[in-house]
Design a protein around this ligand. Structure first.
Ligand code: S3P
Length: 457
């Protein structure tokens, strides 16, 4: 893919029949680059002085929207030789130019919220929009603290996109305790703090993914992190200059979750997923699956430029129900829909606690996951913010439903995995959004079902 699509929000729906697995899943595969790290690599490359080189970049629609926005703001972003290889010539101390047109972030909440922070401390006016899903998502979580820094916003009712941002070089650095655990909000404030005079402090009620902290340090910006009584406290002092670096993006653990759970559910499966990011603030799903009795090993664990990575090795397993504490949510926030598929085949009733944030993801993921389960013969219900799922005890779930994915890539992939582990298969209304985070998803599942049983995994 050499150029981003001209309008990230334009798509044609792809209906799909998700069939029961034709064969056990076997073999070794790699999943596309981490979405969180890819957005940050492109944005920080654009902010930096010099030429940043990236390998392993996720070339999905979300990151392509970020690339397009960085070009509109004056960075030169070009594809190198080979998949995932990119170069970014940053605008550095000169700052971004005012974009001549609207910045369309497509489906990407991370892209939109980080971009709001990135633009905040510069003297320009920019207009942000997104697709039908992103235009429903709340932006107040970033506009409220950035507003306190002195940045101007005009949003639609309910603080939704499209919105206008009026940045300022006279931004006041703030100390802000996040009302919800959100790495996107933390990152937006840190990016804004880079061009404010003085210390920006963000306090997290519970730790969230720290890719922004790790990558800023990699670009030469000191970031201090301290656990205090009030929570994890992150500090940086502006103005700070980023210096171009090389970035190696690991495979996305949130994408690896789909073939991983498929392997656990389909009898006879034995799958290795190589080169996966294993940042400890992203591994809540692995902890949970182990508690369920999953045969899941980590192999070849190593450090990949500040981020742990390694191979996940999963074999078909008899799973038991689990009770997931609310405090674990930040470390597996994107993995609940696929975890729900594993719970649907476990022995006993699982309880996934504290899922209020799922209501404001690419879709209302709590409602959509519940509908996916119920529509395919799984008994499930919601009490407050907790999801309960009665498992089949290892039998394939009935299937036979028509799944509405609501422009949500993770819902669509969870449905396909449920189809693999079902008696009748199921229909998915639209797979086109899978491309936001996992281009090649169906091909990868097909490839895993073609490795002969007894063949070398
Ligand atoms: C992300 C943070 C999470 C996550 C999203 C990626 C990030 O969102 O759901 O997919 O890259 O910072 P929240 O910050 O809203 O929890």
């Amino acid at each position: 893919m050499s150029e981003p699509a001209p309008t990230p929000s334009a798509r044609t729906p792809i209906a799909h029949q998700a069939s029961p697995a034709a064969a056990p899943l076997r073999g070794a595969v790699r999943v596309p680059g981490d979405k969180s790290i890819s957005h940050r690599a492109i944005m920080m490359g654009a902010l930096a002085e010099g030429t940043t080189t990236i390998e392993g970049l996720l070339e999905g629609a979300d990151v392509m929207a970020t690339i397009r926005a960085m070009r509109q703001l004056g960075a030169t972003v070009t594809q190198g030789d080979g998949p995932g290889m990119w170069r970014v010539v940053g605008w550095g101390r000169q700052g971004p130019q005012e974009p001549a047109d609207v910045l369309d972030m497509g489906n990407a909440g991370t892209g939109a919220r980080l971009l709001a922070g990135l633009l905040a401390p510069w003297p320009l006016t920019a207009f942000l929009t997104g697709d039908g899903s992103l235009r429903k998502r709340p932006m107040k979580r970033v506009t409220a603290p950035l507003g306190r820094m002195g940045v101007g916003f005009a949003t639609r009712a309910g603080d939704r996109l499209p919105m206008a941002i009026q940045g300022t070089v006279k931004g006041r650095p703030i100390t802000y305790r996040l009302p919800v655990a959100s790495a996107q909000v933390k990152s937006a404030l840190m990016l804004a703090g880079l061009n404010c005079q003085g210390e920006t402090v963000v306090i997290e009620p519970s730790p969230t993914r720290d890719h922004t902290e790790n990558m800023l340090r990699h670009f030469g910006v000191p970031v201090s992190v301290e656990d205090t009584e009030r929570g994890r406290t992150i500090r940086l002092t502006g103005p700070a200059t980023l210096r171009a670096v090389h970035i190696n993006v690991p495979g996305d653990p949130s994408s690896a979750a789909f073939p991983l759970v498929a392997a656990l559910l389909v009898p006879g499966s034995d799958v290795r997923i190589e080169n996966v990011g294993l940042n400890p603030l992203r591994t809540g799903l692995l902890t949970t699956l182990r508690e369920m009795g999953a045969d899941l090993q980590l192999e070849d664990v190593r450090d990949g430029a500040g981020e742990a990575m390694g191979t996940l090795h999963a074999r078909h397993s008899a799973l038991k129900a689990v009770d997931v504490p609310a405090e674990r949510a930040p470390s597996m926030i994107d993995e609940y829909p696929i975890l729900a598929m594993a719970c649907a085949m476990a022995a006993g009733t699982s309880r996934l606690r504290g899922l209020e944030e799922l209501r404001v993801k690419e879709s209302d993921r709590l409602a959509a996951t519940l509908a996916l389960l119920q529509g395919n013969g799984v008994k499930a219900w919601v009490e407050g913010d907790d999801l309960f799922i009665e498992g089949s005890g290892g039998d394939p779930v009935p299937g036979g439903g028509v799944v509405a994915t609501h422009m949500d890539h993770r819902l669509a992939m969870s449905a396909v995995v449920m189809g693999l582990a079902s008696q009748k298969g199921l229909e998915v209304d639209d797979l086109s959004f899978v491309d936001t985070s996992f281009p090649g998803f169906l091909q990868l599942l097909g490839q895993l079902q073609q490795t002969p049983v007894g063949g070398k995994p």
